[in-house]
Write a new protein. Structure first.
Length: 299
């Protein structure tokens, strides 16, 4: 039997025919080679292996599984990939995003030492490669990621996590990654976050967070989490629960502002709207500070 890899990269894919090759190319460029990719197909398309072959990608580290459904959700697809994973560490990667070459090499030692580790991220408009913003002002070294920092900004944080923690994704619309990270931080308290930019979060007009029903689905997700907290179905500490309630209500308000902007003709992505919202003085102080910094790309 083939020896288990150190890292299992979990890649949900739904209508990813235009981006999966690029995504996997960024993974194959990693300076740390001890990984496997488990691609969980959630659109019923059986031809992704042929797509990779047509682009010259033949790599035994890449495996495909299926959710058995169509648009059953990112959380279910990630859990499907998790069930098939063999690595000690797991690293979620969306099919339209990119890892920079030293991402795994930078995060894996920290995750092994602390149980998990995260990194800074560049939010990029996929149409023309324009840098919209950073999650955090890029810097050398690491910071401590806690729940307050996690919830301050609506940017997906995708940590490398030790599977021994036993975490899975809760099936709620759009904000499943936030809930996963809250469960992680409730368990660990804080985790190190590398301040260098090691991942690109690509904003596509046809992605889930920019779909015509995205605003309604996001609000449904936030309200579902609040209802779970009210019913005691989401096991978080009392202080963290209060913080989540406050921040999710703020996200519902931001989401409503996005929906109103769309109704008035806003054609940009959600993240581009967040940039404009922050620059208008309505966003968090951390967002305004990040937007005042030099936006040169720290790669």
């Amino acid at each position: 039997m083939q020896e288990a890899p150190l890292v299992s990269v979990l890649i949900p894919v739904y209508r990813g025919q235009a981006t999966l090759v690029r995504c996997l190319a960024s993974l194959r460029a990693q300076t740390l080679p001890d990984w496997e990719a488990v691609v969980a197909v959630d659109d019923g398309d059986p031809h992704y292996p042929e797509l990779l072959a047509a682009h010259g990608i033949s790599d035994p580290r890449i495996r495909f599984v299926t959710t058995g459904g169509v648009r059953s959700g990112v959380a279910r697809a990630r859990n499907c990939a998790l069930d098939a994973a063999r690595g000690r560490l797991i690293a979620p990667l969306d099919a339209d995003d990119l890892f920079y070459p030293d991402r795994l090499a930078s995060l894996v030692p920290l995750a092994l030492a602390h149980g998990a580790a995260a990194d800074n991220v560049a939010v990029v408009d996929d149409r023309d490669g324009t840098l919209l913003r950073f999650w955090l002002p890029p810097a050398d070294g690491t910071s401590a990621l806690d729940a307050e920092l996690l919830l301050a900004e609506p940017v997906p944080v995708m940590p490398v996590v030790d599977r021994a923690l036993g975490l899975r994704w809760v099936e709620v619309p759009i904000c499943d990654d936030v809930v996963f990270n809250l469960l992680l931080l409730d368990r660990l308290g804080t985790i190190p976050v590398v301040r260098r930019v090691l991942r690109e979060y690509r904003q596509r007009p046809d992605s889930e967070c920019n779909a015509p029903d995205a605003a309604a689905r996001a609000e449904a997700g936030y309200r579902a989490v609040l209802a779970m907290l009210d019913r005691g179905e989401l096991a978080l500490g009392a202080e963290l629960t209060q913080l989540v309630r406050e921040q999710f209500r703020a996200r519902i308000a931001l989401n409503a502002a996005f929906a109103q902007a769309r109704a008035r003709g806003w054609s940009g992505s959600y993240q581009a709207f967040v940039v404009a919202f922050n620059r208008s003085g309505q966003g968090s102080e951390r967002s305004r500070e990040a937007n005042r910094r030099d936006r040169s790309d720290d790669r």
